[in-house]
Design a protein around this ligand. Sequence first.
Ligand SMILES: NC(=O)c1ccc[n+]([C@@H]2O[C@H](COP(=O)([O-])OP(=O)(O)OC[C@H]3O[C@@H](n4cnc5c(N)ncnc54)[C@H](OP(=O)(O)O)[C@@H]3O)[C@@H](O)[C@H]2O)c1
Length: 429
Amino acid sequence: MRTRPLKVALLGCGVVGSEVARIMTTHADDLAARIGAPVELAGVAVRRPSKVREGIPAELITTDATALVKRGDIDVVVEVIGGIEPARTLITTAFEHGASVVSANKALLAEDGATLYAAAEEHGRDLYFEAAVAGAIPLIRPLRESLAGDKINRVMGIVNGTTNFILDAMDTSGAGYSEALDEATALGYAEADPTADVEGFDAAAKAAILAGIAFHTRVRLDDVYREGMTEVTSADFASAKRMGCTIKLLAICERAADGESVTARVHPAMIPLSHPLASVREAYNAVFVEAEAAGQLMFYGPGAGGSPTASAVLGDLVAVCRNKLNEATGPGESAYTQLPVSPMGDVVTRYHISLDVADKPGVLAQVATVFAEHGVSIDTVRQQGKDGEASLVVVTHRAPDAALSGTVEALRKLDTVRGVASIMRVEGE
Ligand SMILES: NC(=O)c1ccc[n+]([C@@H]2O[C@H](COP(=O)([O-])OP(=O)(O)OC[C@H]3O[C@@H](n4cnc5c(N)ncnc54)[C@H](OP(=O)(O)O)[C@@H]3O)[C@@H](O)[C@H]2O)c1
């Protein structure tokens, strides 16, 4: 084993970084044996230097992250600051000064992964980011390496623990959205400002990363269709139950049937209770991958938290250090297919629509005509009426999303339709 240590600079020492430092210290001997050389924490960049950081020697702490990555003797930079800047500049500077990079930064990878990949390639360095999607769950490496010989057609997953906790609470206790959000906040599953989670931004960033890797094309955050889950009601869960379904916030990346384009989207959807994703409870994550030769695969586990996320970071650190000792690099960007990302309107899906309608003869026929005019075929209709008003629940067959939303728009204009109570896509059948 080489005795000269590989030097690691840790950028950020918060929820994830502090756990990375702890495991690096407590498992130092095992890591050295697995890598073939000791790893040394050479510096830790933070914003607040006076904060007490257990187990980290004070002399390693700095507020000058730029100077740390420019030192020239750093082998690996672990970026767990988050956000776009200064993280992007620090990562590209690290490559320029000879270091490889391990990052957990989904926001940056989804926004501008191409710049990072290009800088890594230009300087012959590694860029690893297992922790950026679904925390501890090994997913990026299976997609980039284990499935590199297969053709992935679909990646569908629950990639945000906060929203899964809220939806699971609504499902099991019958709570409304606000009540379930309050519970998630009290238990530490939701942040004080939950917007990034509940509006689907976090999941959309992960969908962009997954789609890019799965389909060997470039997908950015802006390419991902996004709907949050704040409008999901207990009535939606009641409807889902009647259909033998539950509701999950899903990230779905698909190759079009003709193979000529891809789509990426995040929205709440009904899925059958028999689907493996339906049994993913609380704050857990799971990703379902469909590949041509492998068939269906499911990856499951804790999608966030300091220690689970640090596990993924440490796995990358070991891989990058091994590459460094072998004077090799791991996989870089693979975007050779250059498939276009189609808009949401082209996605083929099913709708579950609840309508409040006048309870009088001919309404059902009128509604059915609107569906037919838009080329959307109806699978089932359920009608309940009382005191001159009725509710109509229509579940469609698969149709382009544009045709389905056009149908809903036309339904809203019918005099006999008092309101559209809810619209939810149905997936996983
Ligand atoms: N938390 C999770 O469960 C989780 C899961 C998966 C991925 N991630 C990703 O991991 C990354 C880190 O998340 P986190 O939860 O650990 O964040 P965090 O707890 O807020 O920690 C951020 C750290 O970065 C430091 N920092 C902020 N701005 C800095 C700057 N300009 N220069 C130097 N240091 C700076 C902070 O310093 P101070 O300590 O002085 O404030 C803090 O130590 C993010 O990209 C996040 O998306 C997190």
